[in-house]
Design a protein around this ligand. Structure first.
Ligand SMILES: *Cc1c(COP(=O)(O)O)cnc(C)c1O
Length: 469
């Protein structure tokens, strides 16, 4: 038995012929429209079956209107700009480091046109795409050579594969880290074909532990920066300088996975213990590996800097082709590296560095101004300013906080989780933190030019009906 109400529904053709859908026909494929109308009608039948009281009429025009809304939802881009109000500067789920305006422009230009990616303009001969970054990385780190791949995970794999396949790589148990998203040192080691030789214990590793592990099949000594965790208390780790001396004595390369890729000393921002690439090379590491999109503030990349013959060997590995950077990333990376030639310029132009260096007084002033604007939004019960703390994120400096200023918002007729969801689904999307029933906006990671849009996003979120369908 068919539900008699089914007969009230318009046919696909009736909906197609409404002026509303005719207007859509300019921008949308016919087959796509027909399929969407079928889905809309099927949904209505389903609601009849479930005895759901559907909102509005089921006439052709009403169905056409629902179709417009459906297409608007379904055909939205999946990747959307987000206002990051979490205060987490390197938020991996939000794309880690925002890159400098100059770098974004360079990537756009590279994307739109042609460039001398693998052509030496002087000789007219074929060249390496790595030349675009090699010289800059060398200047900034003091290394003799350098190359770049897709990310630091790829850098680790290709370094171990090219230099240590079938050989043992000696590494402290205290450094067998996992970085989020299934990057685990033992597993990376396994796919590279190198053999992990763990030494020491979780909290204590001495030089003698490394020394005892050396044998005819040792390929390298490795150090991995414990980026996202800290061991405190009764601990001992071997300084890089001692590993370098041991490597020299036995003719073994020392590989330093520095993680974040700080090109300048983060002590200026009050952060301590983050390795600086130049320091690692100066100490004598044969290769230092780091990410492009963490503290460096560039695009996603993995940079390998160090001895020339090792870099050459890595570049000859067949995986290089699979891991190499594309023209847009190379253009953005080169531009970012060149900004560091003048430290003051880097601090101003690279958003992550600018955010980390923002004076607390300025954060307080911005939070105050934002709170005043939010308080005036319809539906906001309270918008209060308070001092807080925040983390850098991106698996960097997990034990060190920075002072922050936040605005805590409570809505009149909408829970904190509901408001947060509405903000995530708005345009632009806003991602904030939740705490004690309030939505917390940290101004550090909100670009000053986004403040108006943020207030507008809250206004729109609170203007929605109480239970949105
Ligand atoms: C982040 C990190 C990685 C992974 O880097 P990606 O660029 O995200 O692939 C590897 N090693 C260390 C020590 C890290 O901190």
């Amino acid at each position: 038995m068919t539900d008699p109400r089914f007969r009230q529904l318009p046919s696909v053709n009736e909906v197609l012929e409404t002026p509303t859908v005719q207007a859509l026909a300019h921008d949308h494929d016919h087959a796509l429209l027909v399929a969407a109308i079928r889905r809309e009608l099927a949904d209505l039948r389903q609601r009849f079956r479930q005895d759901d009281t559907h909102d509005g009429s089921t006439g052709a025009l009403a169905v056409a209107q629902r179709l417009v809304e459906r297409l608007g939802r379904e055909l939205r881009p999946k990747l959307r700009p987000v206002i990051n109000a979490t205060g987490i500067v390197l938020h991996t789920n939000l794309g880690r480091a925002p890159i400098a305006e100059e770098a974004a422009l360079a990537a756009g230009e590279a994307a739109r046109g042609y460039l001398n990616l693998e052509l030496d303009l002087d000789s007219g001969k074929r060249s390496s795409r790595q030349n675009a970054i090699r010289d800059w990385v060398c200047r900034l780190t003091g290394a003799a050579s350098a190359t770049a791949v897709n990310n630091n995970a790829a850098a680790t794999v290709i370094v171990l594969r090219a230099l240590c396949q079938g050989k043992e790589v000696v590494l402290s148990r205290g450094q067998l880290i996992e970085i989020g998203g299934s990057f685990r040192i033992p597993e990376i080691m396994a796919v590279s074909g190198a053999v992990l030789r763990e030494v020491g214990t979780t909290n204590i590793t001495r030089l003698a532990d490394y020394e005892r592990a050396l044998g005819p099949n040792t390929g390298a000594l490795m150090q991995v920066h414990s980026s996202n965790y800290r061991i405190s208390g009764f601990t001992k780790a071997v300084p890089l300088a001692d590993l370098v001396a041991l490597g020299k004595k036995h003719g073994l390369p020392v590989l330093d996975d520095a993680g974040s890729g700080a090109l300048l000393d983060f002590a200026r921002f009050g952060f301590h213990g983050e390795p600086v690439a130049r320091q690692s090379i100066a100490t004598g590491a044969d290769l230092v590996l780091f990410s492009g999109d963490k503290l460096l503030g560039g695009p996603q990349a993995g940079i390998i800097a160090g001895r020339k013959e090792l870099v050459q060997k890595i570049e000859k590995d067949p995986l290089m082709r699979a891991f190499r950077l594309d023209k847009m990333t190379l253009a953005a990376l080169e531009t970012t590296l060149r900004l560091y030639l003048n430290e003051e310029q880097a601090l101003q132009a690279i958003p992550g560095l600018r955010m980390l260096g923002m004076p607390v007084e300025e954060l307080r002033r911005r939070a105050q101004a934002l709170a005043e604007q939010l308080q005036a939004v319809d539906g906001v019960a309270t918008a209060t300013v308070r001092a807080d703390v925040a983390y850098v994120g991106g698996g960097s400096l997990p034990d060190q906080t920075m002072p922050a200023w936040v605005v805590e918002v409570e809505a009149r007729a909408c829970s904190d989780a509901d408001l947060a969801r509405r903000l995530r689904l708005g345009t632009p999307a806003v991602v904030a933190r939740l705490r004690n029933g309030k939505v917390v906006f940290d101004v550090r990671t909100v670009f000053p030019q986004q403040e108006t849009a943020l207030v507008e996003a809250v206004r729109q979120a609170l203007a929605l009906p109480v239970a949105p369908v």
